[in-house]
Design a protein around this ligand. Structure first.
Ligand code: THU
Length: 165
């Protein structure tokens, strides 16, 4: 019997250490949270995808009274990206989220963002993996006020994944 370890490479940095292009992508993810429809959870998530042609496609979480009918920011952005740029590689995705729940009143908008990054749910990882398998690695930038994580690919977030049948 052979045992092996699967490792995930994560870079941790402050958002200020990112390149100008990556800071622009993070800012786009933060801006995208303004379009979130989060009337139930009050948790506003934004995602921004850098396409191979340099353009940015944004998405935000969209909730529904029938809860499972809503969609996360990451899949909203990825499906919009594929629908508007069919066949084009998605190079990077940045994700940001804020809530006023359990936070003091009257902070600046920027200060409501999560101190530690949030990470895409399993269903979003699976959906993004499909595009990664088709068009190449999608780098992941998870924004937090106190620290930002960078991962090299969606597959690094979803080992032993299902990509073909
Ligand atoms: N949500 C996202 O949009 N992305 C994530 O990575 C985690 C969760 C949304 C779904 C729901 O609208 C709200 O955040 C609370 O779970």
């Amino acid at each position: 019997m052979r045992e092996f370890k699967i490792t995930t490479m994560v870079k941790e940095c402050s958002v200020d250490e990112l390149s100008k292009e990556d800071r622009e992508l993070v800012d786009a993810a933060k801006e995208a949270t303004r379009t979130s429809y989060a009337v139930y959870s009050k948790f506003h998530v934004g995602a921004a995808i850098r396409m191979a042609d340099g353009s940015i496609v944004k998405g935000s979480n969209q909730e529904n009274a029938a809860y499972p009918s809503g969609l996360c920011a990451e899949r909203t952005a990825a499906f919009y990206a594929s629908a508007s740029h069919p066949g084009m590689a998605m190079k990077k995705i940045a994700i940001a989220a804020w809530t006023k729940l359990r936070m003091p009143e009257n902070l600046e908008w920027e200060d409501y963002f999560q101190a530690n990054p949030i990470s895409p749910c399993g269903a979003c990882r699976q959906a993004l993996l499909e595009y990664e398998a088709a068009y190449g690695p999608i780098e992941v930038i998870l924004y937090g006020r106190e620290k930002t994580y960078i991962l090299p690919s969606i597959s690094s977030l979803l080992p032993f994944s299902f990509t073909e049948f």
